[in-house]
Write a protein that binds this ligand. Structure first.
Ligand SMILES: NC(=O)c1ccc[n+]([C@@H]2O[C@H](COP(=O)([O-])OP(=O)(O)OC[C@H]3O[C@@H](n4cnc5c(N)ncnc54)[C@H](O)[C@@H]3O)[C@@H](O)[C@H]2O)c1
Ligand SMILES: [Zn+2]
Length: 363
């Protein structure tokens, strides 16, 4: 097992990564010094597979849990589902000392974390991420929230978990497409922070795609270390944390104009990162062969690196980029790479260079 510490003063916590963690959940939760009542929030795909193991483990450790199962997929990140969770928590008399276990992918983590941040003005929560994306990204860092009709993640909070348990066994049942989408965030960490990780990914991609447990454990732990390091320096995204958005300016816009669902988030940001690398070559002099390595690794991971845009779609894409909530004072800015392993954020990009990069994405 690997342990990564997230250094946030009194709110510091540990991320444990390894096999067999679901059945240790109860014992590990006893260290939280919480009450005996808790709730597990999970979704319809994950709960039938894993909730019993977690409940049994909690019971053995003396906890009394209620299971709340929400629909699978992005639609569960809604205020309606939040209200359903509050009602169930109240009905089972969860109190200030109770805690919530988020068992599932990023959707469940964001939803359950938001419920935990707000129920009784905040109760403790534990993340048990079951997708690759959730294990390397959404379960770490404390951003929680739900969607509005007007857009994704428009209501939320910063609420750090007390413990994160990334059980590698859960990844075995993850659909291949979801697994590859998670790899897009894994590769992102190499580009923004760690050239050695990037080189390792180039080498070990076949092992990763086969979900080799040892490779997975080491790579996931490194990604968590990087996210913990970034979040530890800038918890509330006033600066450095922005680097985690490499490839996301264009990626979010692609998700947005294609109608949510056509591209998984990881697929959209794979294309976005390829574009960002090419823009980096034009603006910061990232050597073209390095941008080539970026494109090649996403292609080898089975992720899309091209997109066909009609003139109308391109206009919509540019408009969507300007509407992104990360935009400040109407200025679209980018995270750009100086080299693989080092990026800068908040860079404006001339329209001509942006257009050229979008042209280059055509198949
Ligand atoms: N809070 C953050 O910092 C942060 C960061 C990145 C993404 N997110 C959010 O994360 C969400 C996406 O997360 P995701 O990609 O994990 O999607 P998800 O939670 O929808 O999971 C993807 C699918 O896989 C299923 N699934 C989950 N675990 C499984 C398993 N072990 N076996 C089989 N099926 C399984 C789910 O039921 C779902 O159908 C988005 O809402 C995004 O906004 C949040
Ligand atoms: Zn992302």
């Amino acid at each position: 097992m690997r342990i990564v510490n997230v250094p946030l003063g009194t709110r510091s916590y540990e991320i444990k990564i390894g096999p067999g963690l679901l059945s240790q959940a109860g014992a590990l939760c006893t260290r939280l010094k919480s009450g005996t009542r808790c709730a597990i929030i999970s979704d319809r795909n994950v709960a039938p597979r894993f909730a019993n193991t977690v409940r049994r483990s909690l019971k053995q450790a003396g906890f009394d849990s209620v299971l709340i199962t929400v629909p699978a997929g992005e639609t569960a990140k809604s205020l309606k589902v939040v209200e359903h969770c509050y009602d169930t928590l109240a009905k089972h008399r969860l109190e200030r000392k109770s805690f919530i276990v988020a068992l599932g992918g990023g959707v469940v983590g964001d939803l359950a974390g938001f419920v935990a941040a707000t129920y009784l003005r905040g109760v403790a929560f534990v993340q048990v991420p079951t997708t690759l994306l959730a294990q390397v990204d959404s379960s770490v860092g404390g951003k929680v929230g739900v969607n509005l009709k007007a857009g994704k993640n428009l209501v939320g909070a910063f609420h750090q978990p007390r413990l994160v348990l990334g059980d590698l066994d859960t990844l075995r049942t993850l659909p291949a497409r979801e697994f590859r989408a998670g790899l897009a965030e894994v590769i992102k960490y190499g580009i923004i922070y760690d050239d050695r990780l990037f080189a390792r990914l180039e080498r070990d991609l076949p092992l990763l795609l086969r979900r080799d447990p040892k490779t997975l454990m080491e790579v996931i732990a490194r990604c968590c270390e990087i996210k913990a390091d970034v979040v530890g320096q800038d918890e509330t995204e006033s600066g450095l944390r922005a680097i985690l958005n490499f490839g996301h300016t264009i990626g979010h816009a692609i998700e947005n104009i294609s109608g949510y669902g056509k591209y998984l988030h990881g697929e959209a940001i794979a294309i976005g990162q390829v574009a960002a690398a090419r823009i980096s070559t034009a603006v910061l002099g990232l050597p073209a062969p390095e941008a080539g390595r970026v494109q090649a690794i996403f292609a080898s991971a089975g992720l899309p690196t091209e997109i066909r845009l009609t003139p109308a779609q391109r206009r919509k894409l540019l408009a969507a980029m300007r509407l992104d909530k990360k935009v400040s004072r109407g200025e679209v800015t980018f995270v750009l790479a100086k080299r693989i392993g080092e990026v800068v954020w908040g860079r404006k990009v001339p329209a001509s260079i942006l257009n050229e990069a979008l042209n280059s994405l055509a198949p």
